[in-house]
Every structure is written in structure tokens, then in C-alpha cells.
Design a protein around this ligand. Structure first.
Ligand SMILES: C[S@@+](CC[C@H](N)C(=O)[O-])C[C@H]1O[C@@H](n2cnc3c(N)ncnc32)[C@H](O)[C@@H]1O
Length: 275
């Protein structure tokens, strides 16, 4: 069977749908934007900016910090962090269409001097040695193959004592053949690790103070509620986005909910210190 590509995950189809969301609140194509207007639509992880606030607090980001965001998506977390703290943040995103939208939203928010968008694979992106105070990431690491090489690169890019903070998915048990197919194809889980593998790979990359906090209990009802809300608002969402987008996201939210309820997929917040 052909190896799935990242666009097999329906969340990543029609990434310019955020412009439909903005139109639905009366914002036209070239209108100026601010971060607050965007946050209901540009946070592609769980618990929106509350989750980002926790990262800011845990990593101690200030105006003077230099931050790297891995798998930045539409740039929502990066813009929020820059706007809230005044720090400089480099937002690396693999998918060119996603990165183009992210860059344009950042320009329209007037944040281009604080948020630098880089399109590329984090395995290949140039990362200067010991240059970041913290590296953050939401729901991207499980997409990224060669986890050990990833942590080596991130550890190298962090200043000594710098923090790595990410929220992600992990493998809690053995997936059935059908579940594994969904993980590979519908969630693009190129590297769905167990807790032991995560910790082992981080230790091998010379990270210390590794804190692996499971979030599954909090995320399972959250993803179920997201699906219920999407279905309850299907008529309105169809007016905003059209049938194809509504169906694509319904199918994505459904598979995520089933996977969490199945008990083999878990959620995690990882914090570790470089060196
Ligand atoms: C679920 S989205 C989350 C986006 C963003 N972190 C947020 O929370 O709004 C994960 C993102 O990671 C990106 N990604 C996956 N593999 C990557 C890689 N190797 N290098 C850079 N970005 C990657 C995907 O393209 C996707 O946009």
C-alpha cells in the first residue's frame, strides 16, 4: 500500500477555510486583523489559547526570549505568544499552503517583525546552535519521523538550560489493524511513540528533567464535544464553508474522537530541559 502523505489528514485540506470563518464575522479579505479576532479559528490543537498560556508560563517566555515553534500550522500559537509577551518567534511549518496563509495573517496583524515564518521540514530547516530560549510545539511531533534526530537537532538549537515544551499524541496500547490504518492515513501518525520511547529518545538527545504529563482524560471529552458541536452547527457551517469542508472536518473530528475513546491513543504534555 502506498505511504500516506500529510494531506491524507482531512484537517489539512482547504487550509484557506479560515478566510470563510473571517467573512462569517464580517472581516473582508484585505481588512487588518488582530490576534483576538483570529484565535477562535487559528489554534489547531486542544483548549486553544489556554494551552498556549500554560506553555508561556511553564517556559517563562518574556519580551527578550527567542522562541522556536515547530509545526506552526496557521501560526495561531506563534502570533498569540508574540502578541502577549513581545518575544521573537520563528514559526516553522512543513506545508506551503498552510505557511502562506500563516504569513499573510501575521502581516495583516502587523506582527511580521516578531513572528518569522519559515516553510520547511524541521529535519532540514537551518537551526543555529544554542540560539533559542525555548522550543514549543502543538500536535506536530507525532507527525515527524526520526524522533531521535529531531530531539538532537532541537537540543542543539536550544541554549543550555533552554526548555522544550510540547503537547502531542502518543501510543498507549497496541492498535488493531483498522486503528493502525487510521493512525497512519487519517491522522498521519508518522511516528506515534509510546511513553517509554519518548523518554528514551529525549534522554539520548541529552535532555534532562523530562516531565511526561498525560492529558488523555482531559482531551477525550474535549474532542467528543468538538465533534458534537460541529454536527449541531452543520447547517450554519455549511453556509460558511460549503459541504465539502463540513464533511472533511466531520470525518476528521470523528476519527480523532473514536481513537481517543478506543483507549490506545493518548495525549501528553512534555517538558524537558536542554543539557
Ligand atoms: C495539528 S497541526 C498544529 C498546528 C499548530 N501547532 C497549532 O497548534 O495551531 C500540526 C502541524 O505540524 C506541521 N508539521 C508536520 N510535520 C512537520 C515537519 N516535519 N516540519 C515542520 N512542520 C511539520 C503540519 O504541517 C501541521 O501544520
Amino acid at each position: 500500500m502506498a505511504k500516506p502523505g500529510i494531506k491524507s489528514m482531512q484537517l489539512y485540506s482547504h487550509v484557506d477555510r479560515i478566510y470563510n470563518d473571517l467573512k462569517s464575522i464580517g472581516v473582508k479579505d484585505q481588512d487588518p486583523l488582530n490576534v483576538k479576532m483570529l484565535t477562535p479559528f487559528d489554534q489547531l490543537h486542544y483548549f486553544g489559547t489556554d494551552a498556549v498560556d500554560e506553555a508561556i508560563e511553564a517556559t517563562g517566555i518574556t519580551e527578550d526570549s527567542k522562541i522556536l515553534d515547530v509545526g506552526a500550522g496557521l501560526g495561531g500559537p506563534a502570533r498569540y505568544i508574540a502578541d502577549k509577551t513581545g518575544c521573537h518567534i520563528t514559526a516553522v511549518e512543513l506545508q506551503p499552503d498552510m505557511n502562506d496563509v500563516a504569513k499573510s495573517l501575521t502581516e495583516r496583524c502587523g506582527l511580521s517583525d516578531k513572528v518569522e515564518h519559515v516553510c520547511g521540514d524541521i529535519h532540514e530547516t537551518e537551526l543555529a546552535k544554542a540560539s533559542y530560549d525555548a522550543i514549543v510545539s502543538w500536535l506536530a511531533v507525532y507527525h515527524i519521523p526520526e524522533q531521535n534526530r529531531l530531539y538532537q537537532r532541537l537540543g542543539n538549537a536550544l541554549k543550555p538550560g533552554g526548555k522544550l515544551y510540547f503537547e502531542d499524541l502518543f501510543r498507549k496500547g497496541d492498535f488493531s489493524a483498522k486503528e493502525q490504518y487510521e493512525v497512519d492515513h487519517l491522522l498521519y501518525g508518522a511516528n506515534m511513540q509510546t511513553e517509554q520511547q519518548y523518554v528514551h529518545d529525549l534522554q539520548r538527545a541529552n535532555f534532562s528533567q523530562i516531565d511526561f504529563q498525560e492529558t488523555t482524560e482531559m482531551w477525550t471529552p474535549h474532542v467528543a464535544e468538538r465533534l458534537d458541536n460541529w454536527r449541531a452547527m452543520a447547517d450554519y457551517k455549511t453556509e460558511v464553508h460549503g459541504e465539502d469542508i463540513v464533511a472533511a472536518l466531520d470525518s476528521f473530528y470523528d476519527v480523532v474522537t473514536r481513537q481517543f475513546k478506543g483507549g490506545k491513543l493518548g495525549g501528553v504534555r512534555v517538558m524537558a530541559t536542554a543539557g
